[in-house]
Design a protein around this ligand. Structure first.
Ligand SMILES: Cc1cc2nc3c(=O)[nH]c(=O)nc-3n(C[C@H](O)[C@H](O)[C@H](O)COP(=O)(O)OP(=O)(O)OC[C@H]3O[C@@H](n4cnc5c(N)ncnc54)[C@H](O)[C@@H]3O)c2cc1C
Length: 382
């Protein structure tokens, strides 16, 4: 491999869902732009994740010309969600639109190839330093870009190099996951089993549709972070049918701890910008949406302003509402009420899914459904 060419219109650090989508969006807006993706990893590579891909993420990618069937090849869409609340209440309903479970070893390389087909160049390189200069950014002393997109994930070097705040206590979660082929659960059903202890915390079963399922457990990190053994024990307590399964862990920077998303000529997207839903741990939709907006903004005369405005337009209200809900859902009884509302009312279920997987907001029909549930529970007594 020769030296990396020194001059670029856009350098995207990290070629996960946020980075590959950013490169795609930039080239869609400006097909002759010189776009470089830098990643420490060779693709295909695994990424510790639940692999749940919301239809909202597929919409963003389809809008950039990526065929959804190609992205999801080899997997089967999941039609149903079963929720078990902290007190053991159950809600099982059909999704308004099926969700996909696409192992990241498949999804990410497919997105990288789509970006390469559009004209992006991928180089294997670990970024260590950024130097913001008058009209450009110098990366590692030798690669110069008009704009840089930091899409280098939860432990982002770009974010740190920009001096952005690190995620604060109470806004970081940790989760571990594995794959099992001994699946004693229905193959067309995603499961979330919420814990009472160490709340907020839940285990999941996400069937891929090829006879395997992604299984895992995550919780909010407190002052004393949980050990791997504790997390494993908690997973097996919530999923007692799960046979011993090799597990890998990773941290999740949740959106209530998000930093400023622009720093001069550097834009942050995906996990690097702490864009993970604090209620569900979903980050792929935010990653591809923020990546798409950052990539398109990079081709405009004022990338930082354009990106801030477009992100605020698409996610601003949703993020304010999930910030608020994240504070309230520290009380498990509210999650019991939400689960009961979802069980009793398809519209409440659909709206909760929108908030957890997409850009939904708290609205009057959802609040009414939850208040009705509270009133019914009061009438019935304890
Ligand atoms: C256990 C677990 C389960 C999850 N389950 C789900 C789920 O089911 N659904 C969902 O939507 N989200 C889920 N998430 C969140 C989701 O994984 C992330 O939000 C998503 O991966 C973010 O994409 P990204 O492109 O921002 O970052 P990443 O996917 O982390 O990609 C970052 C890329 O940057 C590269 N990189 C890192 N540092 C450097 C560097 N210095 N130089 C160059 N390259 C670098 C990495 O190699 C990597 O390829 C889960 C997370 C965890 C931990």
């Amino acid at each position: 491999m020769g030296p990396i060419s020194p001059d670029w219109d856009l350098v995207v650090v990290g070629a996960g869902p946020a980075g590959a989508t950013a490169a795609l969006a930039a080239l869609r807006a400006a097909p002759t732009a010189r776009v470089l993706m830098l990643d420490t990893a060779d693709f295909p590579r695994d990424k510790v994740c639940g692999d749940g891909v919301a239809p909202h993420a597929m919409d963003v990618l389809a809008g950039l010309g990526v065929p959804v069937d190609d992205l999801a090849a080899g997997t089967t869409p999941v039609t149903t969600l079963r929720l078990t609340s902290p007190q053991g209440m159950q809600a099982r309903r059909r999704f308004a639109r099926p969700a996909h479970v696409i192992p990241r070893a498949l999804l990410d390389v497919r997105l990288v190839h789509a970006a390469q087909r559009a004209g992006a160049v991928l180089e294997r390189h670990r970024v260590r330093t950024l130097d913001q200069q008058d009209a450009s950014v110098l990366i590692d002393g030798s690669i110069r870009a008009r704009t840089v997109i930091g899409a280098d994930g939860a432990e982002s070097v770009v974010r740190r190099q920009c001096g952005a705040d690190a995620a604060r206590t109470g806004t970081l979660a940790i989760a571990l996951r594995g794959y099992t082929s001994a699946v004693p659960w229905p193959a067309d059903e995603q499961r979330l089993v919420m814990a009472t202890a160490n709340w907020p915390a839940y285990a999941w079963v996400f069937p891929v549709g090829d006879g395997t399922a992604n299984v895992g457990y995550g919780e909010l990190i407190r002052a004393a972070p949980p050990t791997r053994a504790q997390l494993t024990t908690r997973l097996h307590e919530l999923l007692p049918d799960l046979p011993p399964t090799p597990l890998r862990g990773h941290r999740l920077p949740l959106s209530p701890g998000r930093p400023g998303v622009t720093h001069g000529r550097v834009l942050l997207a995906g996990d690097a910008a702490s864009l993970i839903n604090p209620l569900t741990g979903e980050g792929i939709y935010y990653a591809v949406l923020s990546g798409a907006l950052a990539g398109a903004a990079a081709t405009t005369p004022d990338p930082a302003r354009t990106y801030r405005q477009s992100l605020r337009h698409r996610l601003g209200k949703h993020l304010r509402h999930t910030d608020l809900l994240a504070r309230f859902t520290r009380r498990p009884w509210l999650v019991d009420v939400a689960t009961a509302a979802a069980r009793d009312d398809q519209r409440a279920f659909d709206r909760l899914v929108e908030i957890g997987l997409g850009a939904g907001t708290l609205d009057i029909p959802l609040c009414t459904a939850m208040l009705t549930t509270v009133a019914r529970r009061r009438q019935r007594g304890p």
